[in-house]
Ligand binder design. Sequence first.
Ligand code: FAD
Ligand code: FES
Ligand code: MG
Length: 287
Amino acid sequence: MKTYEIIHREQIAERVKVFIVYAPLITKHCRPGQFLIVMVHENGERIPLTIADFDQERGVVEIVFQEVGKSTVQLGAMEAGECLHAMVGPLGHASEITGWKGVVAVGGGIGVAPVFPIARGCKQNGARVTSIIGARTSELLIYEKKMRAISDELIVCTDDGSYGRQAMVTEPLRELLETEEEIDLCVAIGPAIMMKSVAETTRPFGVKTVVSLNSIMIDGTGMCGGCRVSVGGETYFACVDGPEFDGHEVDFELLMARQGMYRDQEKDAADEPSHPCRIGLHPRKPA
Ligand code: FAD
Ligand code: FES
Ligand code: MG
């Protein structure tokens, strides 16, 4: 096997793929909560992706990604047997998975995959784990089987009621908080708006709430400042100080505004057949 070879490729939901990649040096150091930066080809963008699973004996990491724009579509077009151009990691701090009694793991959409190794880690360290996973509709629901296998209880929600309970993930979360006494941690990963709602749900109960921030990242090593977030009024770099932060302290409005700041360029890139050269080597198509 070659380093960064895609040894397994599978579509698990609409526009969502799983790759298992051979990366023994990276796998050796992986811990739940950390992420990777992946490049499809040498001129490609750097794509931050959470480590959804890893197997140190086989030397493989699992990534799960949603095709949302140019680079993730390029990644999704790769076949098993091909090699990624580059993969850097593991990056970021690992999750705190020891010392909890009762954990609620909340995953929304593609966020179910990154919450999986954290929930499993908490379970392996003696916590009772209740997982709540949600998606807009049943076709977008991922990792149900994996989450069920490591959870004491699993609650599935869809926005349209096509599978599981028709509810936002915050509804069963509030019920649990009202009835269960032993919850000392809530971990939530998903769209920023979902993590914000989860944090608002747990706040009145005083339950520690950890969220994983997917701000725009470039180098992933604390040098560019692109991933800066505001937490408790202080500025942090999500790549090196996070990606996990106290959900009750995160400025989610700023996070969401910064996530959308390159939308025009991202749309442009997706519409272009290749990188638009601004020095005239390859004239751009007229708008
Ligand atoms: P584009 O059209 O370029 O962008 C679409 C949207 O994706 C943007 O509006 C922006 O909000 C976001 N985005 C774009 N570029 C970046 C970037 N360099 N860094 C962060 N966000 C960006 N996605 C998954 O599907 N699975 C994961 O496990 C996962 N884990 C992540 C972990 C971290 C720590 C971070 C920061 C992001 C993670 N993401 C994950 C998001 C993923 O990196 C973006 O969806 C991807 O970079 C989009 O690239 P694109 O060119 O296809 O889309
Ligand atoms: Fe550059 Fe975090 S991605 S500082
Ligand atoms: Mg992009």
